[in-house]
Design a binder for this molecule. Structure first.
Ligand code: NAD
Ligand code: DAU
Length: 337
């Protein structure tokens, strides 16, 4: 299978970089990473694989036809589309790029993939397309779509657009809808890395509203394993939910991090709530387990200990992000060539 080319978009982000590493380690595929290098894309995330001759990085935008034409000169057979604007708070302040990348970008990528007759197109969607749950119940693949933020609305548009390419053009599309990920290389604007890095620096920990919103946390390595399973075994035209079966309030998460770091709870600061803040997410992962045999394997307590250890050991990585210094890397790497 050494000749198989897989395109991974957004491979310099959090989940994408973990997935690039997973695929290079497990298969003999040629991995092509197309990434625009927005503020969230950091080539330092993949420094360890840069010299692998099965890995190709192309800086470009999924919404730009000319960039896609360049990429698809390679014989791409498989596509996994991670590229997106991914942070809900940013979508509330400035939705523009969310529409451009998440909707138009997915559209351009689908068009190119259709033209090139790819063998599988995995659209990485999110559980946020389902909106918010009350105290009871879980999201199944049949739950109606009811997104509440510009981010989730843009991801929902991409999700249904991708499915329309299966229905209309018979394109081999599969969709995954995963819950909240945690683990190494997550940009420290998201709850878990923000709290870990602020606590390590002894600065305030912002908790929105009453801190009792619930998320279903899954380790990024489990998510990568699930995407790999869907890529290779998922049935065309199907949606697969992926979850950690691990519901926690935000306050539980914050207190757990403080305990593991031996830091005081006086660092916690309640701040104004996020507008339209979804109250609860919970995934029913029965379909992917029953039909494809996937079940998350990483225990949350262990996963959090390992994640905290990773942030402790990689202080330089996140300090360069928090200070903006990582952006220099792009200049050196791409602008001086
Ligand atoms: P991230 O923000 O860490 O990374 C996004 C990557 O996409 C970055 O490398 C960025 O440079 C790149 N990118 C952005 N716009 C681009 C464009 N126009 N063209 C090419 N590349 C572009 O995001 P993440 O947390 O790794 O999420 C990856 C995907 O998984 C997203 O589609 C997100 O919606 C989805 N998802 C995330 C989670 C989560 O908990 N983080 C859960 C479920 C689904
Ligand atoms: O559920 C999947 C989604 O999870 C993905 O689709 C998104 O890309 C990803 O960003 C994530 O969205 P959330 O909005 O759930 O994640 P975030 O880390 O931003 O927030 C998690 C919870 O913590 C949420 O209830 C808001 C709260 N929060 C967040 C931040 C950044 C705080 O209380 N304080 C904070 O400073």
């Amino acid at each position: 299978m050494a000749e198989t080319f897989i395109l991974i978009t957004g491979g310099c982000g959090f989940i994408g970089s973990n997935f690039v590493r997973h695929m290079l380690a497990k298969y003999r595929y040629n991995v092509v990473n197309l990434d625009k290098l927005t503020y969230a894309g950091n080539p330092e995330n993949l420094q360890d694989v840069e010299k692998d001759n099965r890995y190709t990085f192309i800086r470009g935008d999924i919404a730009e036809k000319s960039d896609l034409e360049k990429v698809f000169k390679l014989p791409i057979e498989l596509v996994v589309n991670f590229a997106a604007e991914s942070h809900v708070d940013r979508s509330i302040i400035d939705p523009d790029t969310f529409i451009k990348t998440n909707i138009n970008g997915t559209f351009q990528l689908l068009e190119m993939a259709k033209k090139k007759n790819v063998k599988k197109f995995v659209q990485i969607s999110t559980d946020e397309v389902y909106g918010s749950l009350g105290k009871e119940g879980k999201f199944s693949e049949d739950t109606s779509l009811a997104p509440n933020s510009p981010y989730s609305a843009s991801k929902t548009s991409a999700d249904v657009l991708a499915m329309s390419y299966y229905k209309t053009y018979n394109m081999p599309v599969v969709i995954t809808r995963c819950s909240n990920n945690y683990g190494p290389y997550q940009f420290p604007e998201k709850l878990i890395p923000l709290i870990i890095t602020n606590a390590l620096n002894d600065i305030e920990l912002p908790v929105y509203g009453d801190g009792l919103n619930i998320r279903d946390w899954i380790h990024v390595k489990d998510h990568c394993e699930a995407i790999d399973t869907v890529l290779h075994k998922g049935k065309e035209g199907n949606v697969y939910n992926i979850g950690g079966d691990n519901e926690r309030t935000n306050m539980e998460i914050v207190k757990l991090i403080l305990k593991l770091l031996d830091k005081p709870e006086t660092l916690i600061k309640y701040v104004k709530d996020r507008p339209g803040h979804d109250r609860r997410y919970a995934i029913d992962g029965a379909k992917i387990q029953r039909e494809l045999g996937f079940k998350p394997g990483i225990d949350f307590a262990q996963g959090m200990e390992d994640t905290i250890q990773w942030y402790r050991e990689n202080r330089r990585w996140w300090e360069r992000i928090k200070s903006g210094a990582y952006l220099e890397y792009y200049k050196n790497m791409y602008e001086n060539r």
